[in-house]
Design a protein around this ligand. Structure first.
Ligand code: NCD
Length: 323
């Protein structure tokens, strides 16, 4: 199937697919951010708003998910919409009988106002968008490709702390090759001026050649590092990630690199500074020690998760909202 590049948002989210962070401009990001305080208020009220009243959104998740699934489902309900939730369609839908991906998308678009999709194969959200004629597709993670709504909440979390998205120094650590959250976050940070990212990973998990070439053409400085001793001490944020076990062909290869870089209290003390925030898209496996959780800079299990709900509410309001 032919993949098309998704339409730019260009100030108007209404009815558009959300596939890649390449669709966003700084203005689009600010539009989302400006709605967050209102969304937070709605989420705290006992009654849902009517912003998505009468709307039904299908959550079609071919891969496991806690936060993305949970926050989309909650966001839709907080806005007065309803969901059809399909976890593992390979097992629980007609996909198990051999129905094609295209037919599955056509079926669910007939029932709904939007489809949020997660799939193990890169490019699938874009393929779904090419099939769906009537409803927008939202990419909730396409294999090693992208995870644009995660980048929105990560950018918001950085913005909330540092009150800017330019002139930042960040450390991204873990699986640069396979980590879709990293791929969208680099795209997002490259829209703003003078950001520098240190990419800490074992050799085997560096960005792919094509991603590296693509990203280095953008307005961002990328510095690939392989040792903890190269971590800059002036970082505004550390963004640690899980080594993506499910993307390895051989378990042995995963075992070799899974514990390459672990955040310990000692590491934070040595290379951190009082002003940084420690982020992680989660799930955290071994790569941040539990003792670090109580450090006030560790926000992965706190604001970063909550921001995911508010930012997804804001995105849904702009894309599908009736008021
Ligand atoms: C991430 C994902 O699925 O890409 N999780 C998430 O959505 N917050 C990160 C991961 O699985 O490592």
């Amino acid at each position: 199937m032919l993949r098309q590049s998704p339409q730019k948002i260009n100030g108007n989210f209404k009815g558009k697919d959300i596939i890649s962070f390449d669709q966003f401009s700084t203005r689009d990001i600010k539009n989302i951010f400006s709605l967050v305080p209102k969304m937070r208020k709605i989420a705290l009220l006992a009654k849902p708003s009517k912003i998505l009243a009468g709307k039904i959104i299908v959550l079609l998740f071919y891969e496991p998910s806690s936060r993305t699934f949970g926050s989309f489902s909650t966001a839709i309900k907080q806005l007065g919409g309803q969901t059809v939730e399909i976890h593992n369609p390979q097992e629980f839908s007609s996909v198990a009988k051999g129905e094609t991906f295209e037919d599955t998308i056509r079926v669910f678009e007939a029932y709904s106002d939007a489809i949020v999709i997660r799939h193990p194969q890169k490019g699938t959200a874009s393929n779904a968008a090419a099939v769906a004629k009537f409803v927008p597709i939202i990419n909730a993670g396409d294999g090693t490709g992208e995870h644009p709504t995660q980048a929105l909440l990560d950018l918001y979390t950085i913005y909330e702390k540092h009150e800017k998205l330019d002139n930042l120094v960040g450390v991204l650590a873990g699986d640069m090759l396979n980590g879709r959250t990293v791929h969208s976050l680099i795209r997002g940070l490259s829209l703003f001026k003078k950001n520098t990212l240190y990419l800490l990973s074992p050799k085997q998990l560096k960005l792919s050649k094509s991603d590296f070439e693509d990203f280095t053409k953008r307005a961002i400085k990328l510095v690939e590092i392989e040792k903890e001793t190269d971590i800059p001490k002036n970082a505004h944020f550390w963004y640690w990630t899980r080594v993506q076990k499910e993307r390895f062909k051989k378990l042995k290869e995963y075992e070799k690199v899974k514990n390459s870089f672990i955040v310990t209290q000692k590491l934070l003390k040595k290379y951190g500074n009082p002003n940084l925030i420690l982020m992680h898209p989660l799930p955290r496996i071994y790569e941040i020690e539990k003792e670090v959780d109580s450090d006030p800079r560790a926000i992965y299990l706190k604001t970063e998760i909550r921001n995911g709900l508010y930012v997804r509410m804001a995105l849904l309001k702009l894309t599908l909202g009736i008021i």
